[in-house]
Write a protein that binds this ligand. Structure first.
Ligand code: ZN
Length: 203
């Protein structure tokens, strides 16, 4: 399976990092080894001194497809989950400044937290999904899928022009404003609505 991540999909987050809004989705990949084993803590890697959390809604692909038309995109996913796209922000700033790929800052082991469970899309209003991230009991990020520049179907249509989507692939759909640094001892909890989707300890 592969992990595809969308960047700059929320205007308020693009602005907080000083990034321009793009007319097409920005995307990058994480390797499957980025998936954090369920229930394991997140270990801050040695090569960075500034890891940021990014809470994101995650699409789980349930059907093989390429060149998917927008009108059919909804047939390629059944469930929505929640994850964190951990980012070594200092490393990302460095590679961005040099015009290099982001993978070094985005694809390291444990950088993709994913919820244990996914929510069937019939139980959600896909264009109005509230999600939040709590750090040590304080709400640090609040998002709603209605604020995405590219919705789930548009993302699938776009990505599938370049890559064949396979069953089990995960698409992280971008983070809203409020990203910030994690430190040893932090506890992160992700919610869709009021439903707790995951809890991660930072080490
Ligand atoms: Zn992200």
């Amino acid at each position: 399976m592969k992990i595809i991540c969308i960047g700059r999909n929320y205007v308020n987050h693009a602005k907080e990092l000083g990034n321009a809004i793009t007319s097409e989705p920005v995307f990058f990949l994480k390797p499957d080894t980025a998936i954090s084993p369920k229930g394991h803590p997140f270990f801050i890697p040695d090569f960075t001194s500034n890891v940021h959390y990014e809470i994101e809604l995650v699409i789980k692909i349930n059907r093989l497809g390429k060149h998917i038309e927008e009108g059919f995109a909804h047939k390629y996913y059944q469930e929505i989950g929640l994850g964190i796209d951990f980012t070594a922000r200092d490393v990302q700033e460095e590679v961005k400044a040099k015009g290099l790929p982001w993978e070094k800052a985005k694809g390291f082991d444990g950088s993709a937290v994913i919820s244990r469970s996914f929510i069937p899309k019939e139980e959600l209003d896909l264009n109005n999904i509230d999600f939040t991230l709590e750090k040590n009991g304080d709400t640090v990020q609040v998002g709603n899928s209605k604020d995405m520049l590219f919705n789930f179907d548009k993302i699938i249509t776009y990505i599938s022009q370049f890559y064949t989507l396979k069953i089990g692939d995960l698409i992280y759909t971008g983070t809203p404003a409020g990203v910030g640094q994690v430190n040893n001892g932090d506890i992160l909890k992700g919610f869709i609505g009021t439903q707790k989707m995951f809890e991660v300890k930072v080490r």
